[in-house]
Design a protein around this ligand. Sequence first.
Ligand code: ATP
Length: 260
Amino acid sequence: MNAADPVPGPRTTSDPVPLLRAEGLVKTHYGEGAPAHAVRGVDLAVRKGEFVAVTGPSGAGKSTLLHLLGGLQRPDAGSIWLDGECADGYGEARWAVERRRRIGIVFQFFNLVSNLSVADNVELPALLAGVSPRQARAERELLLDELGLEDKERSMPGELSGGEQQRVALARALVNHPPLLLADEPAGSLDSKGTREVTRLLSRFHQRGQTIVLVTHDARLASAADRVISFFDGRIADDAELGGAPSRAPGISGVLELKD
Ligand SMILES: Nc1ncnc2c1ncn2[C@@H]1O[C@H](COP(=O)(O)OP(=O)(O)OP(=O)(O)O)[C@@H](O)[C@H]1O
C-alpha cells in the first residue's frame, strides 16, 4: 500500500457516500390522455440513518419518485446509486434482489398475500432471500413480538384490522434488515389510531438507525421525519431539516449530515 493511500477502516456516519443518491431523474407516464410529466429532474441524496418525508399535493409525482428509487419503475433519464453503486445497469431481476436485500417497501394497501398466514407472509421474503427456515422463523418471531402481533401469527391477513395488516407489512419489509425502507402512504388507508401506530413504529425503527424515505400526505406522519422534502409538479420545491434548519433553494437537494 502506498503511504498516501487512505487507511482502510469501517465507514462512519460522516462517510460521504450516501445510502441512496439520485441525479437528474426524469419520468413521464404515457397513458390514455396527455403525457404526465411526473418527475422532471430530481437530484437527491439520503444519508444512512436519515428519516426523509416527501410531501406534496396529489399528482405531484411523489409515488412515481418512490417507485423509481425502489426500481419498480425505470427513469427516462437520470441515475440512481445504492450505497455508492450505480444502478443504471440493473435489470428487473437485479432490482428484485435488491428489494429483498437492501430495500424494504411498504405500500398504502399492505400488499400481503391473502391466502398465507401472518407468519408465512413475514417469513416469505426471508426464505426467498436464502435464509434458513429456522432463521426465518426466529426473525419473524422477533419482529411480530416487537410489533405487538405475537398472538396473530396464525391469522390470515383478512382477519386483521387495517392497522394490524400494516404492521405485518412493516414486518415483511424489515425481515431481511434492509438498510433502506421506502414507504408509500403507509397510513393512507388507516384511521387516526392506525396512523398513530405507524408513526410510532417508524419513529422507533428510525431511532435505532433505520434509514427511511416516506411519501405521505399526512402532516403528523411527516412530522416524525427529520427532513421534509416538498414535492411540487415533479420537482423538489423545498428540502428542509425539521427543527429549524433553513430550507434549501428550490430544486436543489443537498446532503444532510447525520446527527450523532
Ligand atoms: N402508470 C401511470 N400511467 C399514467 N399516468 C400515471 C401513472 N402513474 C402516475 N401517473 C400520473 O403521473 C402523475 C404523478 O402521479 P403520482 O402518483 O406519482 O403522484 P403523487 O404525488 O404520488 O399523487 P398522490 O398523492 O395522489 O398519490 C399524475 O398526473 C398521475 O396521474
